[in-house]
Design a binder for this molecule. Structure first.
Ligand SMILES: NC(=O)c1ccc[n+]([C@@H]2O[C@H](COP(=O)([O-])OP(=O)(O)OC[C@H]3O[C@@H](n4cnc5c(N)ncnc54)[C@H](OP(=O)(O)O)[C@@H]3O)[C@@H](O)[C@H]2O)c1
Length: 264
């Protein structure tokens, strides 16, 4: 069945509807969840620990359902969409913001870390998107978070980059096959965003520095790479995600939000 723009217009923008969000405990996913709450959305939020999600649900207790799940666990993961759809009475949108990075230089890449990053950053978002699309009865909108590392290599990020490049292909494939059902699939492709993900000491830092000093040095180096001269903020990625959620004629695209990194 093909669904035109009127079908979605009848029930309001997806960003004000029933939305499943992974990675909502902190960083980019948290900024997206908070913006969705401001728009009046009803959320099912996923994370591994309850506390950060409880502080989110305190902002709108009657509009937030918490689902505790480790996305690297395939069988636990398969419960997420049914539980979200039951709690919210259906699903209009899915934002997949959970992600993991293990900084390892090429000689030290180990298979477990490679598999973990593929599982959390590629397999889980793809399978959750498939499951979410199944329960989107009146069409819907899916937003994934990829990375400029899918297109521009950086040291010690091989496995992560592979997972995000796969996710870009996943977005296009899902978009193509779900379009006839009125389900749009897009991605935001962030550059370097100031969250806990980039505040981990990486291999290769100068010896004799404390972890805090190594991180500060890394951040300075990352800032110097940016044509705009600063790191991005989670809210700036959230803005792009919210745009894509509601952009009724946009599907299969990756919207770069990188301060000019890929242009340089
Ligand atoms: N920061 C950047 O520079 C940057 C750039 C490009 C793309 N991204 C992408 O943007 C997304 C958000 O990243 P961020 O910077 O906000 O990272 P972050 O602050 O480290 O947050 C990561 C989120 O992912 C969740 N998560 C990680 N592993 C999980 C697992 N196994 N099961 C369930 N949830 C898991 C965490 O939830 P818990 O509470 O369970 O730990 C947390 O909410 C990720 O997909 C990341 O790859 C980030």
């Amino acid at each position: 069945m093909s669904m035109g723009p009127d079908a979605l217009a009848d029930c309001g923008p997806p960003s004000a509807g029933r939305v499943l969000v992974t990675g909502a405990s902190r960083g980019i996913g948290r900024a997206i969840a908070e913006e969705l709450l401001l728009r009046g959305a009803h959320l099912a939020v996923v994370g591994r620990a309850a506390d950060p999600l409880l502080s989110l649900s305190a902002e709108a207790p009657d509009r937030v359902t918490i689902v505790i799940c480790d996305l690297s666990n395939a069988s636990a993961r398969s419960e997420i969409v049914p539980r979200a759809a039951e709690a919210l009475g259906g699903l209009d949108a899915f934002v997949s913001a959970a992600g993991v990075i293990r900084y390892q230089a090429v000689p030290y890449v180990d298979e477990d870390a490679l598999r973990e990053q593929l599982e959390v950053n590629l397999v889980a978002p793809t399978m959750l998107a498939q499951a979410a699309a199944r329960v989107m009865q009146r069409g819907g909108s899916i937003v994934q978070i990829t990375s400029t590392l899918a297109r521009r290599a950086a040291p010690s990020t091989l496995a992560y980059a592979i997972s995000k490049a796969g996710l870009e292909a996943s977005v296009r494939g899902l978009a193509l096959e779900l379009a006839p059902r009125g389900v749009r699939v897009n991605a935001v492709c962030p550059g370097v965003i100031d969250t806990s993900m980039i505040r981990t000491p990486r291999p290769g830092a100068a010896a004799g520095l404390s972890d805090a000093q190594r991180v500060e040095e890394q951040l300075e180096e990352l800032r110097r790479l940016q044509p705009l001269g600063r790191l991005g903020a989670s809210a700036e990625v959230a803005e792009a995600a919210l745009y894509l959620l509601d952009a009724s004629f946009v599907t299969g695209t990756c919207l770069t939000v990188d301060g000019g990194l890929l242009a340089g």
